[in-house]
Write a protein that binds this ligand. Structure first.
Ligand code: GLN
Length: 234
């Protein structure tokens, strides 16, 4: 199996509510299977080379501003990576910047890199609480996490939701969608962090990135954490 190349985008700026735990989950699930990987931390001013998986976490509006304009330098390259079917996972603020734009309450519209056909505008309420989603991408078909955002995201074109909201608000609290997918680009509002409590989704991303079916792991602890959150609102 090839050495998996993982890029953690702007962790010094977008890494709120423990989103770095998503990277830990990916590398631990590689280590437990003996899969070799390289983890590159990409910060402002760094070049970005080809990777198999890109991860970007969430953050407040102020951190998003700096990252939004830094990402514009890499927009064409990252869209080529998307079209090469590299895997992307963006959480909340990072997810918002994977769309066309994010219009915060104050200030100008922040440009996105349009990996997803989606856009976000700040709403008047802040959505805070646990989220349960019904998805068709993994079995069992639930994803759980924690949301804390005022942004309202709307999907267009061929970009489809990660799933249907069972509890919580999701993308906008209106259309019962949560998250997004286009090709192998995934976004979600679910912090938590997301992947530790959704081990099958973590493996789904690893299988997309490696192109291989992976061995099963003992996920008793992860599944216990996952099941404890299903349909829990607060
Ligand atoms: N600043 C964005 C919002 O409030 C994203 C927040 C986050 O990443 N948790 O919608």
């Amino acid at each position: 199996m090839k050495i998996l190349k993982i890029a953690h985008l702007y962790p010094k700026l977008l890494n709120i509510y423990g989103d770095g735990g998503n990277i830990l989950t990916l590398i631990r699930r590689c280590e437990w299977r003996g899969i070799s990987y390289i983890l590159d931390e990409i910060n402002v001013g760094d070049k970005i080379g080809e990777h198999d998986i890109y991860f970007i976490g969430g953050g407040q509006d102020t951190q998003q501003i700096e990252v939004a304009y830094e990402l514009q330098k890499h927009k064409d390259f990252l869209r080529q990576e998307r079209d090469r079917m590299s895997v992307f996972l963006g959480i909340c603020g990072g997810y918002q910047l994977m769309g066309h734009y994010y219009k915060p309450h104050e200030g100008d519209k922040l440009p996105g890199i349009s990996l997803l056909d989606a856009y976000t505008v700040a709403g008047n309420n802040r959505f805070i609480g646990n989220v349960t989603v019904k998805t068709k991408f993994v079995t069992p078909e639930t994803l759980v996490g924690f949301e804390n955002h005022s942004g309202l995201t709307y999907l267009q074109g061929e970009t489809v939701p990660l799933g249907e909201v069972i509890t919580g608000n999701g993308n906008n609290g209106k259309d019962k969608t949560e998250g997004a997918r286009y090709k192998n680009v995934f976004g979600t509002y679910m912090h938590g962090s997301f992947l530790p409590k959704n081990p099958r989704f973590a493996d789904y991303l690893l299988e997309l990135a490696t192109g291989e079916k992976l061995s099963k792991l003992d996920d008793l602890i992860e599944d216990t954490a996952h099941n404890a959150l299903i349909n829990k609102s607060y």
